[in-house]
Design a protein around this ligand. Structure first.
Ligand SMILES: C[S@@+](CC[C@H](N)C(=O)[O-])C[C@H]1O[C@@H](n2cnc3c(N)ncnc32)[C@H](O)[C@@H]1O
Length: 280
């Protein structure tokens, strides 16, 4: 895996150089682990042989809304254009796990929290996580990874292969590709879920793109499919968005009504996770 960097790791190294230091502790994987680097006249030398030139370090700090890979002595932005959806996707750094920007919109909460804490809050609403879990929208795989820690199996669906390309470059998504109990499916969740067995999941995480990007993932017909594959006693978490925003509160009432119509017995607001939990 190449080195992955953002302004969060590089700013302190520029300060260390300016202070006259010749070595420093940093991270080569967006803060997951630490490593020691050498600072010399030309740039930053990593113990695995890669070199980041000072002019490239300055470029990373200047472009603080995207993460970069470093291979050899070349940097590249982690950004792709999707032929499937025509969406531009990029890996957006935070002080913790990065999020993915899809057409400029972050896929996780970053205000007053961070993408990893956001993920833990979502998954906690349907604890205990057990049995088989369906994750309707893979994204960076964070919900799938956290669910897989205690689930027997997680089946996760992603429409856009370009999304998985970004996830592959993200050190925080590594378990998505390495955990044996995560099964990845590529396609539209609305087409794949009808092919899955009835009552075959104990938990569902539904963390779709916003309503304007994927309206059919908020439809009563789709919710009927979620209800069908959920086993007796099962729980569904549905992310919606800030319940205090006009958009969030309007969407929440419509979603609650359609979930009831689709056969869920009880639907409970979970504002701490910006969503709802529906019980089979
Ligand atoms: C909000 S993100 C999911 C974030 C994810 N839960 C995580 O923890 O990283 C939504 C994802 O759903 C994908 N998506 C959009 N439409 C979809 C569909 N019809 N079926 C499956 N995935 C879809 C998008 O490409 C995007 O990557």
């Amino acid at each position: 895996m190449p080195i992955v960097l953002s302004h969060v790791q590089i700013e302190p190294l520029l300060r260390a150089r300016d202070a006259g230091d010749t070595s420093a502790t940093t991270s080569a994987d967006l803060g997951r682990t630490e490593t020691r680097v050498t600072l010399d006249d030309e740039g930053i030398l990593y113990p695995t042989g890669e070199r980041l030139r000072w002019e490239d370090a300055a470029r990373i700090v200047k472009n603080n809304s995207v993460c970069f890979t470093l291979s050899g002595d070349e940097i590249a932005e982690i950004r792709v254009f999707s032929q499937t959806t025509n969406w531009v996707r990029s890996l957006y750094p935070t002080q913790s796990a990065p999020t993915m920007l899809v057409s400029g919109v972050p896929m996780h909460r970053i205000k007053d929290t961070d993408p990893w804490r956001d993920t833990l809050a979502k998954v906690k609403t349907i604890a205990p996580i057990m049995g088989r879990v369906l994750d309707t929208a893979t994204g960076l795989g964070y919900t799938a990874i956290v669910a897989a820690e205690t689930a027997a199996e997680v089946v996760t669906i992603e429409l856009d292969p370009a999304g998985l390309e970004i996830a592959r470059a993200n050190p925080w998504s590594r378990d998505l590709f390495e955990r044996a109990n995560i099964q990845q499916l590529i396609g539209d969740a609305a087409e794949i879920i009808p092919t899955l067995d009835a009552a075959s999941f104990a938990r569902i995480v539904h963390d779709p793109p916003q309503l304007s990007l994927a309206g059919h993932l908020y439809s009563e017909e789709f919710y009927r499919e979620l209800r069908r594959v959920l086993a007796r006693g099962g729980r569904l978490f549905h992310y919606i968005g800030d319940p205090n925003s006009p958009f969030g509160s309007r969407t929440t009432s419509g979603v609650m009504r359609r979930l009831h119509n689709a056969g869920f017995a009880r639907v409970v607001r979970r504002p701490e996770a910006f969503g709802l939990v529906a019980y089979a």
